[in-house]
Design a protein around this ligand. Structure first.
Ligand code: FAD
Length: 405
């Protein structure tokens, strides 16, 4: 009989369970997660939750009643350790064994470990889970000298908040600009300036080579040029490693995350994967990739729910993302890294602008700062493949809204 087992109760897993019921799936539904907290949203952990602008239950993905009401067997604190593909059985660390008709891996990823001395001292954090966020927020109350390693979204969001609370914040990044893998050089330059104004001391092309401690607690960091800085708290945000070990151990193809086809099936037709851990062909990119975003996890979940109940569906949704840093809201739709032409609307001075990226005359992506309207419009232009020229975008007199009317 039908028994769908979902491994991972994060953004993707919870959305899939909800969507399966919405799409009319009537069989058994088991949602496993190795964290103990009721499933919650991750983005606020480096935003509203960190600033204490939301209570803890304000970040839950669904209320506690949602699961029993929808006949979703939520098993928290349970870790899947082995897939017996021939018998269609999943083994849990607790010793329990679950039969499945279909298995879905929504296992996300873990923060990349920094292999330097002192990375395990008290006061050294990474930020992926609620458990880590709780501990980190506690330390932030008393820490004075804060070191951030990595100028990615999480490091920058945290740095801006810490600086706004009057802490001394030094951020180290190996690349020569912030968010180097995710945004245009123009937006990197804009944010570098903004963070300096927030009070964050930015250090590019430099790294921390060791963390020193006293009585098991961080006390200073050593830099690549040999100097050292006092530190009573360190946040490491140097990227994500996909949690694909369960798939790989059972022989499922996982070159850089778990590989899926256009039906989100892995190399085993009864095993599917969604979210951060997925390596897929992205139609907007025209290449295989992993995407780490709420959009990707939830849209893949909605697509897979349809497919699992036998409805036609395709994962071809417009990729989009946001990040809140200080008073700046960055929003990205599509991709700009292969653009051969970038057109600015708005102005950097006004702290409200959008960059429209074109490749061979076609719009491929839009980066917006404090321009939510442009972002929503960009998602429609890209999703509905509406033709628009660089000249039209470049003319301040053009009415962009007329394009989607
Ligand atoms: P997750 O939400 O990570 O869920 C996976 C779950 O599976 C985890 O609970 C994990 O512990 C569990 N698991 C793994 N292996 C096993 C196993 N073997 N057995 C049982 N359970 C297992 N995205 C945005 O779009 N915008 C943002 O502003 C943004 N900000 C972020 C800020 C922070 C601090 C973080 C950490 C992430 C942020 N993200 C943001 C990224 C976003 O949260 C992820 O893309 C999203 O959570 C991916 O969902 P997922 O279901 O793939 O994985």
């Amino acid at each position: 009989s039908d028994q769908i087992v979902i491994v991972g109760a994060g953004h993707g897993g919870v959305q899939l369970a909800a969507s399966l019921r919405e799409e009319g799936y009537d069989g058994k539904l088991i949602l496993l997660g190795d964290e103990k907290d009721l499933p919650y949203q991750r983005p606020p952990l480096s935003k509203a939750y960190l600033k204490r602008a939301t209570p803890e239950d304000g970040v839950l993905l669904r209320g506690p009643d949602f699961y029993p009401q929808n006949r979703i067997e939520l098993a928290l604190g349970e870790r899947a350790v082995e897939i017996d593909r021939a018998a269609r059985r999943l083994h849990l660390k607790s010793g329990q064994v679950l039969d499945y008709s279909q298995l879905v891996l929504a296992t996300g990823g873990v923060q990349r470990h920094l292999p330097i001395e002192g990375a395990h001292l008290n006061g050294v954090f990474s930020l992926r889970t609620m458990e880590e966020a709780r501990a980190l927020r506690g330390w932030l109350e008393t820490a004075q000298n804060i070191i951030v390693i990595g100028a990615g979204f999480i490091g920058l969001e945290f740095a801006a908040t810490a600086a706004s609370q009057g802490r001394k914040v030094d951020l180290f990044e190996l690349a020569d600009r912030p968010m180097a893998r995710a945004v245009t050089p123009q937006t990197s330059a804009f944010f570098a300036k903004a963070h300096t104004a927030f009070g964050v001391n930015l250090h590019f092309r430099s790294s921390v080579t060791a963390i020193k401690g006293e009585n098991g607690k961080v006390s200073s960091v050593v830099l690549s040029d040999g100097t050292s800085l006092p530190a009573d708290m360190v946040l490491i945000g140097i990227g994500l490693v996909p949690s694909d070990e369960l798939a790989r151990a059972s022989g499922i193809d996982a070159p850089n995350g778990i590989k899926v086809n256009e039906r989100l099936a892995t190399s085993d037709e009864n095993v599917f994967a969604i979210g951060d851990t997925v390596y897929h062909y992205n139609t907007h990119r025209g290449a295989e990739m992993r995407l780490e975003s709420v959009q990707n996890a939830t849209d893949q979940a909605r697509t897979l729910a349809k497919l699992l109940v036998g409805k036609p569906a395709n994962y071809d949704h417009v990729p989009w993302f946001w990040s809140d840093q200080g008073d700046l809201k960055l929003q990205i739709a599509g991709f700009l890294d292969e653009s051969d032409k970038i057109v600015l609307r708005g102005s950097y001075e006004d702290r409200a602008y959008s960059l429209f990226g074109f490749k061979n005359g076609a719009l491929t992506g839009v980066e917006s700062v404090n321009k939510a309207g442009d972002h929503m419009l960009a998602r429609r232009l890209l999703g509905e493949h509406i033709l628009v020229t660089p000249e039209f975008i470049a003319d301040p007199a053009s009415d962009l809204k007329a394009l989607v009317r």
